[in-house]
Design a protein around this ligand. Structure first.
Ligand SMILES: C[S@@+](CC[C@H](N)C(=O)[O-])C[C@H]1O[C@@H](n2cnc3c(N)ncnc32)[C@H](O)[C@@H]1O
Length: 346
């Protein structure tokens, strides 16, 4: 589908005056939203479901686990739950169960998605029931909610992910116990508070030694911060048929995202490998000013302050200019990796 083919329903401001959410769908026809407040789509033009599978489910490599195993998953920026639901259904097909912890600021995306018949049709009945329970009993005071068709559980912690992450680490004692952390915040330029060195380091503490943090983001600042948090990196390759499936082939052509783990990741160089090593170009990117981390030492800074502090740090940095790196690798015509190109307005 082309950008002009995006279906979009008008989403006026909410009754309290805050900017609303617009419904839309991507190339695969699956349901997604556009945030007026963040000025960004929830998913890229390939579609919510395709993105969840390519950037989160496949690089999770569920085949690593034996049937009957129970995986602990933290879904950062649960949104309308596409990533959790796609993972849940894939895990269920492999005889795995999940204990999902979702972090999300706003119940409206899930509410709006559940009101949409095409969204509900995307999922198995048990998954829709789980979503409904999450919304109806939503809030941190509710107990684990059992989905109707399996032993997986899910619990949403509403609020700023920066503070709710502390609950996971301390109250729920999830440090070192998570198999997967799915990080799907809006782009670093729109939502830098969820890509800071401090926040990423706290997410890294959740991981088991062989756990994986997965994100669509391939920004140098994010990758560098994950390294500084002690994690090993791998790149999530675009699918071989990307040119046909993705209406934005000029965008971030080298990677679909990043996997990070306390342990070395199993990487392959075949076209269908779920994870591949960073290329020379990607490694060189980490030595440029683009790799200057976003900083939020107090965990409460607003986006504008984080961005301004980073600009000052970049100006004072001895790192090479990113423009020279872009020229060297012939990337001038491409959107910056630190932007969120697949989710730009369509
Ligand atoms: C790109 S969307 C997530 C899409 C989602 N993973 C899905 O599959 O539907 C980003 C989400 O981050 C949430 N968000 C923004 N700032 C947040 C914050 N500080 N803490 C927690 N969630 C936040 C937004 O409400 C939005 O639902």
């Amino acid at each position: 589908m082309t950008s002009s083919g995006c279906a979009a329903e008008a989403g006026p401001n909410r009754p309290d005056g805050t900017p609303g959410l617009r419904s839309r769908s991507g190339a695969d026809g699956s349901f997604s939203l556009w945030s007026e407040h963040f000025g960004e789509g929830f998913h890229g033009p390939i579609g919510a479901l395709s993105e969840a599978r390519a950037k989160f489910v496949q690089p999770a490599e569920l085949e690593r686990f034996s049937p009957g195993q129970r995986l602990v998953v933290v879904d950062v920026c649960f949104g309308l739950g596409t990533n959790s639901a796609a993972l849940l259904e894939a895990a269920s097909g492999r005889g795995l169960t999940l204990q999902i912890w979702g972090l999300e600021l706003d119940p409206q995306p899930l509410r709006q998605a559940l009101a949409s018949e095409p969204f509900r049709r995307q999922w198995q009945p048990g998954t829709v029931a789980l979503f409904r329970s999450l919304l109806e009993h939503g809030g941190w005071s509710q107990g684990d909610i059992r989905s109707s068709n399996q032993d997986s559980t899910a619990r949403l912690l509403w609020g700023d992910a920066r503070s709710r992450l502390g609950d996971l680490l301390e109250r729920q004692q999830l440090a070192g116990r998570c198999d997967l952390v799915l990080l799907d915040a809006f782009s670093p330029r729109r939502c830098p508070e969820l890509w800071s060195l401090e926040f990423l380091s706290a997410l890294a503490r959740l991981l088991r030694p062989d756990g994986r943090l997965l994100t669509y983001c391939c920004a140098a600042a994010v990758r560098r911060s994950l390294q500084l948090a002690g994690l090993q990196l791998a790149s999530i390759p675009p699918p071989p048929q990307q040119g046909a499936a993705d209406p934005s082939p000029r965008i971030a052509p080298w990677s679909y995202g990043t996997a990070a783990s306390p342990s070395l990741l199993p990487i392959g160089t075949e076209p269908d490998s779920p994870l591949r090593p960073l290329t020379a170009m990607e490694i060189e990117h980490l030595g440029t000013r683009a790799a200057e981390p976003y900083r939020d030492p107090g965990g409460q800074a607003v986006a504008a302050a984080i961005l301004a502090a980073r600009r000052r740090a970049q100006a004072a940095s001895g790192a090479g200019p990113t423009s020279a790196w872009r020229r060297r690798w012939g990337l001038e015509g491409h959107t910056r990796a630190s932007a969120k190109p697949p989710r730009q307005p369509t």
